[in-house]
Design a protein around this ligand. Structure first.
Ligand code: NAD
Length: 476
């Protein structure tokens, strides 16, 4: 049985306790994970705080920090196959997705490596002839980075990259559901040559590890990705240390298709928009809002494609949809579909768990046109389940798109440019993809509105968010 360790102050350490990790494809325990309790969390934060003020890190030039990040990116590329395989093993995310994602994880680190020496202050043209005033941009301090189990190498890269580029230090808390990839990532990070304590990687349960970390007096900023309920707890915890927060939360993203859209391209985008990562993706286009003029034909083509998706073992390159990460999520999917049917929704395909070991749930499409309050339309949950609503007018499409407390991503499919612009203006979400879906780049900011959180990851703004300004007044 494999054993994993924490990474604290540059050393690999056992936790105060241990817990089991299960293989989602078989349901069997495959590894033992270290569990961080209060003392482990305190040690990790102390190490990050000591590193933050150490001459080795605080005295390092920005370009030297950038060079270390470039080295880290190269090491990730070198170890990409092993990291991808480990993520697949622990989360059940299919190997073709983990392999593709690890390539752009390295690209995010390269982007922030290049930004390290481009985070500039400012000179202020103040109205006093004998005074020079300027703004220094300084690192915000010790960052608590907390991530969920899905896409964790990516979701931690968008925090660690800008934080280290800005000169912060980090305690990264991996999700208890599947911490192996990040605990292994720590071993790769260790080879890059950063001073000890600049990054610390721990895992444990929210109630103790997460709570101690987010209320810790030495934590200055909390960068969180996860669900809204956890975000509320974290914000309450941060009342203790008054740390700033950035919150990347869930979504219930609308995927809007007008009658003039390129149907084949919209169908393909919808298939990957909802079924990629077995639906376990915060930007999943989980609400199809479709013109009634093409609804029947579109759904027929979508059903055909959904039923042709190859379901299989996550480590098989041919697999397109693998198991859900946990049995709990499988139960949630089964329950929400059953409740939606009871509320009057019609299952077009899928809807029942597969008769095999592991937490497999098939691509599912549910028409909710007669059940506008069906729970699958209103609840954010991680599963390959697409809810469908029809519309007659553009106004109605926009109303349905915004009829959610979330506001993370959205997709609009139309050939009418003026209509596309009206929709871009009207949609309440942090991302609008027009005639495409799921496009990402390190340059483009990513984040949401409403219950989807606040703050942005990616792009220059994210690096600035890991800094605070100091106003300097100098009498000449
Ligand atoms: P979760 O909120 O249950 O857990 C996320 C992390 O928070 C885990 O590491 C967990 O241990 C930790 N945590 C739990 N309680 C805590 C506490 N009291 N204090 C501090 N930390 C605590 O989320 P999950 O089920 O692992 O992931 C699914 C959620 O994440 C979904 O809502 C999904 O939409 C969201 N998500 C958002 C994005 C995004 O970028 N917007 C990306 C991926 C996932």
């Amino acid at each position: 049985m494999q054993q994993f360790q924490h990474y604290i102050g540059g050393a690999f350490l056992d936790g105060s306790a241990q817990f089991e990790s299960r293989d989602p494809a078989t349901g069997h325990v495959w590894a033992m994970m270290p569990e961080a309790r209060g003392d482990d969390v305190n040690a990790a934060v102390d190490a990050a705080q000591a590193a933050f003020v150490s001459p080795d890190w605080a005295g390092m030039t920005a370009s030297a920090r950038g060079k270390l990040l470039y080295r880290l990116a190269d090491l990730i590329s070198e170890h990409a196959p092993a990291l991808a395989a480990l993520e697949t093993r622990d989360t059940g995310k299919i190997i073709r997705e983990t392999s593709a994602q690890i390539a752009y994880v390295a690209d995010y680190y390269r982007y922030y490596a290049g930004l390290a020496d481009k985070i500039e202050g400012a000179h202020l043209p103040i109205d006093k002839p004998d005074m020079e005033v300027w703004l220094r941009r300084e690192p915000i301090g010790v960052v608590a980075a907390i991530v969920p189990w899905n896409s964790q190498l990516f979701l931690s890269a968008v925090k660690i990259g800008p934080a280290l580029a800005a000169g912060c230090t980090v305690v990264l808390k991996a999700s208890e559901e599947a911490p192996a990839p990040l605990l292994e990532f720590a071993r790769i990070f260790d080879q890059a040559g950063f001073p000890p304590g600049v990054l610390n990687v721990i895992t444990g349960f929210g109630a103790e590890c997460g709570a101690v970390l987010t209320s810790h007096p030495k934590v200055d900023h909390i960068a969180f990705t996860g669900g809204p309920e956890t975000a509320r707890r974290i914000v309450r915890n941060s009342a203790e240390n008054l740390a700033t927060t950035s919150l990347e939360l869930g979504g219930k993203s609308p995927f809007i298709v007008f009658e003039d859209a390129d149907i084949e391209s919209a169908v393909n985008a919808q298939v990957s928009g909802i079924f990629a990562a077995t639906g376990q993706s915060c930007v999943a286009g989980s609400r199809l809002i479709i013109s009634n003029k093409i609804k029947a034909a579109f759904l027929a083509r979508l059903k055909e494609k959904a039923e042709a998706v190859i379901i299989g073992a996550p480590d098989d390159m041919a697999t397109e949809v693998g198991p859900l990460c946990t049995l709990g999520q499988l139960e949630t999917a089964v329950d929400l579909v059953a409740k939606s049917k009871a509320a009057g929704a019609t299952v077009i395909t899928g809807g029942q768990k597969l008769d095999r070991d592991g937490s497999y749930f098939p691509p599912t499409i549910i028409d909710c046109s007669q059940a506008p309050n069906a729970p699958c339309l209103t609840h954010e949950f991680f599963g390959p389940v697409l809810s469908v609503l029809g519309f007659d007018t553009e106004k109605q499409a926009l109303h349905l798109a915004n009829d959610t407390a979330f506001g993370l991503a959205s997709g609009v499919f139309t050939k009418d440019l003026t209509r596309a612009h009206r929709m871009i203006r009207g949609i309440r979400a942090g991302i609008v993809w027009v005639n495409t879906y799921r496009a990402v780049s390190p340059i483009a900011p990513f984040g949401g509105h409403g219950l989807s959180g606040h703050g942005r990851e990616g792009g220059m703004q994210a690096a600035l968010d890991y800094t605070k300004t100091k106003a300097v007044w100098l009498r000449t």
